[in-house]
Design a protein around this ligand. Sequence first.
Ligand code: ZN
Length: 124
Amino acid sequence: MSELKLCQGPKCHQYHTKDRLKGPKDNKTYQTRRRSSLYYGSGNFCSMNCYNDWAEIFSDRAIDHFGRLTEPKHLNENNAWQKTYDWDSNQDMFYVYRNGITNEQRPLTKQQYDDTNYTLNERG
Ligand SMILES: [Zn+2]
């Protein structure tokens, strides 16, 4: 059996739903949801409500910890490459890198498309 994950929402147990009500018949309590898969916030939250509850409390601290933007980022031809795919006239799928500024297209292999580390964008 796969391991169950707990929703990280700080108020998850405060939402009165039947599935959160657990325990022996005479001592039921509303409990944080436990699931094999959670679908929000990179698999950490059971719902957008719980995700938003977490963000309301912890966003400032998380952003300060990982680095707050202090000036706007700029999209230019050096970082505007996006992986995409299309179908040719034979209905075969093909992969390309498309530059969102210059509209230049470069062919990609499926392996390059799937490789999350592969990029034509400048790092940084
Ligand atoms: Zn939750």
